[in-house]
Write a protein that binds this ligand. Sequence first.
Ligand code: SF4
Length: 105
Amino acid sequence: MSATGETVAETVAGEELEVWIDQDLCTGDGICVQYAPEVFELDIDGLAYVRDGESDELLQQPGDTVPVPLTLLQDVVDSAKECPGDCIHVRRVRDKVEVFGPDAE
Ligand code: SF4
């Protein structure tokens, strides 16, 4: 999370965000799916993947991203915060800078 103690809205500042999961670190506990089932889903391999909101498909290539809808932002941020694998990455679309997740500054 933000080291400066900003709120989620302050950190995002109206930017479009996208999210991806590093499956190599996913423990398969499903916490993200509980928080945001519209964005995350466990596949039969027991790992979590991001879901394309338009096609409803799971995206399973390493590093695949989906947009974070504003209405689900808090749920996605909470997922990244609680993820025991530290493997949910939320970044700005514009410059690919991670704003929530293990690599956020
Ligand atoms: S919360 Fe993290 S570790 Fe748990 S299933 Fe989701 S991505 Fe995997």
